[in-house]
Design a protein around this ligand. Sequence first.
Ligand code: GAP
Length: 454
Amino acid sequence: MTQVENKPTTSDTPFVPMEKIVALCKRRGFVYPNSEIYDGVAGIYDFGPLGVELRNNIRRYWWWSMVQMNDNVVGIEGAIITHPRVWEASGHVENFVDRLVDCKNCKRRFRIDHLPAENVIQNKCPECGGELTEPRTFNLLMETYLGVVEGERMKTYLRGEACQNIFLDFVNVVKSSRVQIPFGICQIGKAFRNEVTPGNFLFRQREFEQWDLQFFVHPSEMQQWFDYWKEKRFEWYKGLINHKDRLHFREHGPDELAHYAKQAFDIEYKTILGWQEWEGIHWRQDWDLSRHSEYSHKDLSYTDQNTRERYIPWIVETSGGVDRTFLYLLLDAYEEEPDPAGKESRTVLRLHPAIAPVKVAVLPLQKNKEELVTTARDVYKKLQRLMVAQYDDVANIGRRYRRQDEIGTPYCVTIDFQTLDDRTVTVRERDHMTQVRISIDELPMYLLERVTWQ
Ligand code: GAP
């Protein structure tokens, strides 16, 4: 896919305040607080008409890049609920915990691993300097129960990470498809965590969606595939953003590695929240398949068809979030741009055209001229079959452009009086506000070439 234009940033280019994104998302129908009429639930959100289009585009592009475009990668879709033993084998029942402290004075709550070292040593609140409580430990898995009869119900968990299904289905995939190591299995799906400090809008939620690649390799090839996917995933994110200098790798220190990881790098992106994780590249080695073999008493080894060598494959994991990508792409794309003519400034979302929720808006120059409206509706109906399109005839043309800029629509097509003479339209491009005149017959191909990934 073509890269988004590099928008050079300097150290003093301001970061977009989160409140602006939250407000835009609500105003324009991207994201709503869940159960808002009951005062909401912390860390849970719903997606509105534009949000669902944006999410679908993000998901589809990941799937296209990871599954469709790689001969040695296949996809699955696993269930949210699994056998409870899965979470014992995975280590989550024992290790998936956060340690928390509360400030005795201002009552704020902190995860210990998020506190500056000096505050931990001095047992001092970073906000008000008050004394902190003794740490308490919480497991993040969300419990649920299967069955209806009290006493016979089985306690299990909503999955705490989506990827476990991939390990559970490993043998079935090997037996039912023609994959051979090295190969990968991908999945996009919901995960649930009882986060003790949910916040920063979509950044840390309790219900969210993850995308995972688990790539199975021979142990002798682990390093080469780890490096391969690390670079490949970095380039994938880089291609989607304007502020390319706000993306980097951070290697995990030994004290912060997940219980299964021998080595890990985060792809991080810098926003108003500072440098924060976008996706993790994890060296999972044989942890998952060995543990599930041990707990299930089933053989999860792999036999090489050529050499007959039998072994437990090692795993490279690339694990990111649909919601975090959604949030970071909005933070990266949002801009308030002064009007060159010195009138109103415009808010524009510089989203990659292939990701933008609406691809084209069709606008008759005036809504009280019947021929303009008929032609515009005709053009709109044709485009609607090919891409997400909007028809808008409310307010003057400048206002309609601004409305589309604010939701990131890459192209606006205007039907004017010249259209009635020669069947040409103007196509206005969002970022540079340049206009070209092209014939209605050429319009579908002109737009498709620019708004689809290839
Ligand atoms: N299977 C590995 C795993 O789950 P993780 O670093 O805990 O690793 C992977 O999660 C990705 O999921 C993160 O990089 C982030 O994009 C997303 N993610 C994790 N916790 C999240 C939360 N509470 N809210 C939103 N996204 C989250």
